[in-house]
Write a protein that binds this ligand. Structure first.
Ligand code: NAP
Length: 487
């Protein structure tokens, strides 16, 4: 039986487009992309909060074959990143490969024909040989349930669902959370709101952000000499890999990094009590290290308060903290992150013998082979699947590593004939995950802190435990022996 397309990609964010660009490059044009929204861009389309920017330098956080000489800054803001993604999609005529406004509601593997049936919300079924699921790990807002939350009379929204129509000017605003999103929001709304209270549960490690604008000369140079652009990108990449060692066991680099961060704090915050509250009490890197030059100074403003007493409940007027104080607000921003390690899939995924991926992962924690394929679910691959996240470098590099692997996968799949499939062996996957978990030993992520990297059982199902160069090496080629080849 012939499938409608060789490949079905789910998601038109960075991951889906990385997959599509690589397939095109390999001259594999039989693919379709399903996108639930009406535009490309994924997280860079959805997150529009004030100050939203990438904390990985733009020259690195871009498609390897579509380097952009025109980045205006070292760390570009969300509108520029989204514009870049749109331009790349247009340049490569990817828009007509995308089915926009299409929600996938079912994925079913048909063993007899070695293909997947993809069902959308209209009941339309598309058959493909390989599904590449690229829906991203950080798109389910974590909305904590505070007691009395429903009583609050003011405005509430999550950082990832920013209401641009709500005017914050002069308002009394609370921001709950002090992660990567919050530290961008806080300094950007502080100058316009009347009063801002930042509720911090755990202080973050914050590093200086080496941001700067690119001059016309620099942009011209990147344009006329792409080799310089590439070299610059390589330099950023290897610098990040070097500092990444601080997370995977190099105590010296970790100590130096921690000192630099504390110096950054003491230079930027004048009040000793506020400084004390902002000083982290866990090892640097255990939670994501943040980069900002304007977060700390926001606490020097008279209209900004750092609140470290925990939230007891909400009421009609605002928030009551555990010490019984009432804090009145017009608006409360939940910068409370995303649900990443707790598994929820965007659709049912039914593999061999009707195995259900969600129920299996709920028992074991999310796991895959090399973060990409899953035993019992042949011809299915995840871009940024379990244990492929990073705390130190560009995830686009990880996605592109995965596509190296998947190009080989497709070739081998073709060799199995029209009804063939490739299923990673269960014992290979189990051994791989056992080894992967032992690689966390000695890393900062096992130094004892709570973070979105860990699931409820405390297992790290989100991060890759080593440096990205190692991941690239491991996924350079498909390891055929790991797979059951069914033809
Ligand atoms: P996050 O890092 O998970 O931060 C969530 C914050 O909310 C934390 O400070 C957390 O406190 C707090 N929080 C959660 N539940 C709470 C509760 N019930 N009561 C009080 N406080 C609570 O989320 P995020 O800032 O949205 O960032 C998530 C990830 O998205 C980042 O790590 C990063 O990978 C990505 N991101 C990247 C960029 C970028 O520039 N590239 C920008 C934004 C986000 P605790 O620390 O105590 O848990």
């Amino acid at each position: 039986m012939k499938a409608d397309f060789q490949v079905g990609i789910i998601g038109a964010g960075f991951g889906g487009l990385v997959a599509a660009l690589r397939l095109q490059k390999e001259n594999r044009n039989s693919f379709v992309i399903f996108e639930r929204a009406s535009e490309v861009g994924g997280t860079w389309r959805d997150n529009v909060y004030p100050g939203c920017a990438c904390d990985v330098p733009s020259h690195l956080y871009s498609f390897a074959d579509e380097l952009n000489p025109n980045w205006s800054r070292a760390f570009s803001k969300q509108p520029e990143i989204l514009e870049y993604i749109k331009l790349v999609a247009e340049k490569h005529n990817l828009r007509n490969k995308i089915r926009f406004n299409t929600d996938i509601v079912g994925l079913k593997f048909i063993e007899e024909h070695g293909l997947w049936e993809i069902t959308d919300q209209h009941g339309i079924i598309t058959q493909v040989k390989l599904v590449i699921s690229a829906t991203g790990p950080l798109n389910r807002p974590n909305t904590p349930k505070f007691e009395g939350m429903e009583l609050f009379q003011g405005k509430v929204f999550h950082s990832a669902e920013w209401d641009k129509n709500y005017d914050l000017n002069g308002k009394r605003v609370a921001v709950i959370g002090t992660g990567a999103s919050s530290i961008q929001i806080v300094p950007n709304i502080a100058p316009i709101v009347g009063q801002l209270t930042v509720f911090q549960r755990t202080a973050a490690w914050v590093q200086m952000r080496p941001d700067h604008a690119f001059s016309g000369f620099a942009k011209g140079l990147f344009k006329t000499a792409p080799a310089i652009n590439k070299l610059y990108r390589e330099m950023i990449y290897w610098r990040n890999e070097f500092f990444g060692k601080a997370f995977v066991g190099n105590e010296t680099i970790n100590r130096i990094g921690s000192k630099l961060s504390l110096r950054h704090l003491s230079k930027q915050v004048s009040d000793p009590e506020t400084r004390r509250k902002l000083t982290p009490n866990y090892k640097m890197g255990c939670k994501r290290v943040l980069v900002s030059n304007d977060y700390y100074p926001a606490f020097n403003r008279l209209n900004v308060t750092l609140e470290t007493t925990s939230i007891q409940e909400w009421n009609a007027k605002g928030i009551i903290t555990a010490d019984g104080r009432q804090h009145d607000f017009d608006a409360i921003v939940l910068a409370t992150g995303f649900v990443a390690a707790e598994i929820e899939l965007y659709t049912t995924i039914s593999g061999l013998n009707n195995r259900d991926l969600l129920s299996e992962w709920r028992q074991t924690g999310a796991q895959a082979y090399r973060g990409t394929t899953v035993s019992g679910f042949p011809n299915l691959a995840f871009i940024l699947g379990p244990n492929t996240g990073l705390g130190h470098n560009s995830v686009v590099h990880m996605m592109e590593s995965q596509m190296n692997y998947l190009v080989d996968y497709l070739k081998l799949l073709e060799n199995q004939g029209p009804n063939g499939y490739l299923d990673v062996k269960a014992d290979v996957q189990a051994k791989h995950n056992q080894q992967l978990q032992t690689q966390f030993e000695g890393t900062v992520w096992q130094s004892g802190c709570q973070s979105w990297y860990l699931n409820r059982e405390g297992k790290n199902t989100t991060l890759y435990p080593r440096l990205t160069a190692q991941f690239r090496k491991e996924l350079r080629h498909l390891d055929e022996g790991a797979y059951e080849l069914v033809g």
